[in-house]
Write a protein that binds this ligand. Structure first.
Ligand code: AMP
Ligand code: GLY
Length: 425
């Protein structure tokens, strides 16, 4: 089989690594890919929103399966375009990817179908939002409706901050057109856990749980980022939580999408908060998380290509989705200054240290070739993942491996997976 992966970050590198393990794959392409993916796949210089070029490439090269890793092309309808051209693609169609693409849609869906989530109101004018805030309970959460690189969420401690937030989203358009509508919702407290699932329209199969660290600094301080590290599984995702979510969240979401005429095939990422009143949905994503994929996929025992095909064909019921009984931790190596301002173009050395090291991975996010050298090319540069027999061992291994690579202005958090210790106390 010839496979094309669309995207070029750490998540797509992890997808490429899992796809490359499949005995069914004879040729792997990635558009646009990056310097690390280039070791596994032929990278083609097409960006993810160039739908016409992607469709033409897939046709010309007789691609058997295209896997769309990123949210923008999914929400924009790349899967629909590929299907129109008679090609097979893994990921939700546009009418289903709206589950991630519009927070107002997903909140309304949860309300209609009784799926537990924070209470909320939606607004299409700043005036009405400001009026609502006057009598609302603080802290409160503001969300731009559309895709905003995971940054369109503002947690406001008091009325003043909330008013300024409404202005940023709806008047200054800080998140672009994502802010034409907004959701204002109740602030919840609790542990966060991410549970991803493969979905074939009717059936879902869960992946192992994971947890992201979104803030830039140790101790969850500093600005929100795309994710500074992850661990899997989460010790907080207990059997009771799992049972509750299966009864009240997962199946109901898949059924709700079907009932709305928006059959979902692909990945539903359930961002959960474990509140005192039980687990509630924080958000849905319509794809693998980044950097969640970097700890989930290395632990996948089943063939990813078989799973993708089963989702497309509606045969997931008969497909095994199994994970290793171990743990993984991913530490993101970023450029100092991320997410605000940082320098690029720094040479990365030591990448060869990961060669033939079982259970260790160096996933590239922001890297590129500069002649023969590989240099930094983004805020998040590498994701160093290690497996271990348990979370503690995986964490020790991952931090050890972060020392194998070097570049000027290398920055990382030192407490990825520290919550594991808290769980054991
Ligand atoms: P989202 O993109 O909706 O997942 O939001 C990003 C982050 O904001 C989440 O991972 C949470 O840490 C936080 N967040 C979102 N919604 C809420 C909420 N209702 N209460 C508390 N924190 C929230
Ligand atoms: N790590 C969070 C996300 O991919 O949305």
């Amino acid at each position: 089989m010839k496979v094309l992966i669309v995207g070029g970050g750490g998540r797509e590198h992890a997808i490429a690594e899992a796809v490359a393990r499949s005995s069914k794959v004879t040729k792997l392409y990635c558009a646009p890919g990056n310097a690390g993916i280039a070791e596994l796949a032929e990278c083609v210089p097409i960006t993810p929103m160039e739908f016409d070029k992607i469709v033409a490439f897939a046709k010309d090269n007789a691609i058997d399966l295209t896997i769309v890793g990123m949210d923008d092309p999914l929400v924009g309808g790349l899967v629909d375009e590929l299907e129109k051209a008679g090609l097979r693609a893994f990921g939700p169609r546009k009418n289903a990817a709206i589950l991630e693409g519009s927070k107002a849609f997903s909140k309304d869906l949860m309300k209609k179908y009784g799926i537990p989530t924070a209470s909320y109101e939606t607004f299409d004018s700043a005036e009405k939002a400001l009026e609502y805030l006057e009598s609302a309970k603080m802290p409160i959460v503001l969300k731009a409706d559309g895709l905003a690189l995971g940054k369109g969420v503002l947690i406001c401690k008091n009325l003043e901050e909330a008013k300024a937030g409404v202005k940023e989203i709806m008047e200054d358009h800080k998140f672009g057109s994502a802010g034409n509508h907004m959701v204002i919702e109740e602030f919840m407290t609790g542990r966060e856990v991410s549970v991803l699932s493969f979905v074939d329209g009717s059936t879902y199969k869960l992946m192992t749980s994971a947890q992201d660290h979104k803030r830039a600094g140790d101790g969850d301080t500093g600005l929100n980022t795309g994710g500074m590290g992850t661990f899997s599984p989460s010790p907080f995702y207990t059997k009771e939580v799992d049972e509750y979510c299966r009864e009240h969240i997962y199946g109901k979401t898949v059924e709700a999408m079907k009932a709305e005429g928006r059959e979902f095939k692909g990945i539903i990422y359930f961002g959960l908060m474990l509140t005192e009143d039980g687990p509630k949905v924080l958000e849905y994503n319509a794809r693998f998380g980044d950097p969640e994929a970097q700890v989930i996929l290395p632990r996948l025992k089943s063939d990813l290509i078989d799973i993708c095909n089963a989702c497309i064909d509606g045969t997931l019921d008969d497909q095994e989705v199994e994970f290793e009984d171990n743990a993984a931790v991913c530490v993101v190596l970023a450029s100092d200054g991320y997410p605000v301002s940082y320098e690029k173009g720094k040479e990365i050395t030591g990448l060869e240290n990961f060669k033939d090291k079982d259970g260790y991975y160096c996933f590239h996010a922001g890297t590129k070739f500069d002649g023969d050298r590989i240099v930094t090319n983004g805020g998040r540069v590498l994701g160093v993942t290690a497996k271990g027999e348990n979370l503690k061992a995986a964490r020790t291994n991952a931090y050890k491996a972060t020392e194998w690579v070097a570049f000027e202005n290398k920055y990382m958090r030192h407490d990825i997976g520290k919550a594991i210790d808290d769980a054991n106390e």
